[in-house]
Design a protein around this ligand. Structure first.
Ligand code: ATP
Length: 277
């Protein structure tokens, strides 16, 4: 089943195209990451899908409806994890989640959602006392309290320390396990690799590549670099057949400091957006 289908999406600001003919197919239940440099058109695309921005041209279907004309019932089926707002700073975590639950006809139990995002110990704490990472967990709680089928996550871990990012990823994985479709925008390639079933790279308002993180930009079939240490110093060779090369090289015994690498997702991404790696 398709959760999101986009054909020929276009949007200009003052005659300058920001989104210039985007096609997308996102299946129900998948985690899909939209990657791209600053100004590529990610936010514009996502806001059109959320029904928060108008479009100039193209067909868009999100959970079977056109977001430009969708009704309140449709809105209740999607969850938007907004960048942190400070409006509820004086409320406690529980009060804040309860307040959002009031917007939905059939919300999830407040304490269950607080537990799901790992904030049970902070349920009675004021929002303003939360750390940045805890605050982002609360943002997720507010985005999922209405039991959405589809969740939009915009750059969710910007500013996180490495441990907080890992914990947040686990939270997103658990959400995905419940069958929720997730559309994620991120600047972190490792985040896309850790979370996404499929990724699309957008640059200059167009999709320049799409695939699984492992195959994007021909990664899986690219030549491998085999490196090892010799008495004369480090050696490195680019090859299509690393296994055969290593078999050949290792006839005389163990190879010191042997590594075999293929382009990382970041290498593939930089190549796709036209930056030298
Ligand atoms: N409201 C607006 N008015 C005029 N121009 C806009 C507006 N919103 C976005 N743009 C322009 O459209 C282009 C795409 O912007 P968009 O915010 O969609 O990119 P993005 O990929 O989300 O970037 P970032 O990674 O920096 O968030 C940019 O050139 C931006 O300056």
């Amino acid at each position: 089943m398709t959760a999101i289908q986009v054909r020929g999406l276009r949007k200009s600001y003052h005659d300058v195209p920001a989104v210039d003919g985007v096609d997308l197919d996102i299946r129900a239940g998948e985690v899909f990451a939209l990657l791209g440099p600053n100004g590529a058109g990610k936010t514009t695309t996502v806001e059109i899908l959320e029904g928060h921005r108008s479009r100039d041209a193209g067909d868009v279907s999100v959970l079977g409806s056109d977001p430009g004309t969708a009704n309140r019932a449709w809105r209740g089926r999607i969850g938007i994890v907004l960048q942190t707002a400070n409006d509820a700073a004086e409320l406690t975590v529980r009060e804040s989640v309860r307040h959002y639950a009031g917007y939905y006809a059939d919300p999830a139990p407040v304490d269950d959602v607080i537990e799901q995002v790992g904030l049970t110990a902070k349920a009675g704490a004021r929002v303003k006392s939360l750390s940045g990472g805890q605050r982002r967990r609360l943002d997720v709680a507010l985005g999922i309290i209405g039991r959405p089928e589809l969740v939009f996550l915009d750059e969710p871990t910007t500013g996180f320390d490495p441990e907080a990012r890992r914990q947040f990823w686990e939270l997103i994985r658990n959400l995905a396990r419940t069958g929720t479709t997730i559309l994620l925008t991120t600047h972190y390639l490792d985040e896309a690799e850790a979370l996404a079933n499929r990724v699309a790279v957008i640059a200059g308002g167009r999709i320049v590549a799409e695939g699984t993180p492992a195959t994007l930009g021909g990664r899986s079939t690219a030549k491998a670099t085999v490196s090892w240490m010799t008495a004369d110093g480090p050696r490195s060779t680019l090859t299509d057949t690393p296994t055969a090369l290593i078999a050949e090289l290792s006839r005389d015994g163990e190879l010191a400091e042997l590594t075999v690498t293929r382009p990382s997702l970041e290498d593939a991404y930089l190549e796709l957006i036209g930056e030298p790696a």
